[in-house]
Design a protein around this ligand. Structure first.
Ligand SMILES: C[S@@+](CC[C@H](N)C(=O)[O-])C[C@H]1O[C@@H](n2cnc3c(N)ncnc32)[C@H](O)[C@@H]1O
Length: 297
């Protein structure tokens, strides 16, 4: 069964075009409140959700400004819809970072993780986005904040993951590390904590490429000066490579300037983006059109 979403001139048939027109890439940008729009999307239809919602109490002058103690309550109805529309093989990546308030780190992100687990999500991984070129500064009791969380949630322990797509050059560490292998290094070294994981370092001799860690050292520059919190394109690109293949459907319910839609289009993925503010919605549309016409953003 297909669902038709009517929003002004937009008609999305999530599911249908994948079956009937697998070669046609569709980029749908929708103006509206994601909580409302998501209800019209088909159940189990999305392969990857990647998004950065408004953080608590930040950017109150433009959007967001949800109070710390109301954040979980605000987000849960949205994450319930995301849980419904994600395929069982799909992944949800949530970019968020709690700020310091009154001398302490807020704990609403931690509370949100606990609440989402109760809602039915599996919290499968946490990636750290190391923001290499963040502004320097001096604070009396802490250092500058140069990382953000990318929380990974899934519906099922078995989800699509194309690890080979994000392999990195093994690098010089391997030359030194692999030169003098200990006896343990030459056999499978099973985890001491009984996790079932193990490693055999000698397997990596002679390999040029290896798997990355969960710390992402991506460029911070978004190149998009029209939105104060735009993703650098490399961020959605990395997760789209890792969790989707050509023709899959990517969803960003807090689209902003449209970075996720732009990158999805560049990578031949279908995408749906939702943005509540008309100005950002227009910018997102313009950015996608520029990609269509091969113009710089
Ligand atoms: C952190 S920004 C996203 C920036 C985006 N990743 C980019 O690259 O430009 C969050 C966006 O969510 C939008 N937003 C806030 N509440 C929303 C809602 N209920 N539904 C849809 N969009 C919403 C805001 O207007 C803002 O543009």
């Amino acid at each position: 069964m297909n669902t038709s979403l009517q929003n002004k001139n937009i008609s999305i048939k999530v599911g249908k075009y994948l079956k009937t027109e697998p070669k046609k890439i569709s980029t749908e940008i929708i103006l509206g409140d994601c909580l409302k729009i998501l209800k019209d999307l088909e159940k189990n239809s999305i392969d990857l959700i990647i998004t950065s919602p408004p953080y608590s109490d930040q950017r109150t002058s433009t959007y967001g400004g949800i109070k710390v103690n109301e954040y979980v309550e605000w987000f849960l109805p949205i994450s319930a819809e995301l849980l419904r529309v994600l395929k069982p093989t799909g992944t949800f990546i949530l970019n968020i970072k709690e700020k310091v308030s009154d001398g302490e780190r807020s704990i609403y992100v931690l509370e949100l993780i606990l609440a989402m687990r109760k809602q039915g999500w599996l919290w499968t991984e946490e990636f750290i986005w190391h923001k290499k070129n963040c502004y320097p500064g001096k604070w009396p009791n802490r250092f500058r904040d140069s990382w953000e969380r990318l929380l990974q949630f899934n519906k099922d322990k078995k989800f699509n993951m194309y690890q080979e797509n994000v392999m990195v050059p093994t690098g010089d560490w391997a030359k030194t590390r692999l030169k003098n292998l200990s006896e343990t290094d030459k056999i499978r070294d099973n985890s001491k904590v009984g996790s079932g994981f193990g490693k055999n370092i000698s397997n990596w001799i002679g390999r040029d490429m290896s798997y990355p860690s969960n710390v992402l050292h991506l460029a911070t520059e978004s190149g998009n000066k029209k939105h104060s919190a735009a993703f650098p394109k490399e961020l959605p690109r990395w997760f789209i490579k890792l969790f989707t293949k050509d023709g899959d459907i990517v969803l960003d319910p807090f689209l902003g300037s449209g970075t996720t839609s732009v990158v999805s289009k560049e990578m031949d993925r279908n995408s749906i983006g939702i943005e509540i503010l008309k100005d950002y919605y227009k910018i997102a549309q313009e950015n996608v059109e520029k990609i269509q016409n091969k113009l710089p953003l």
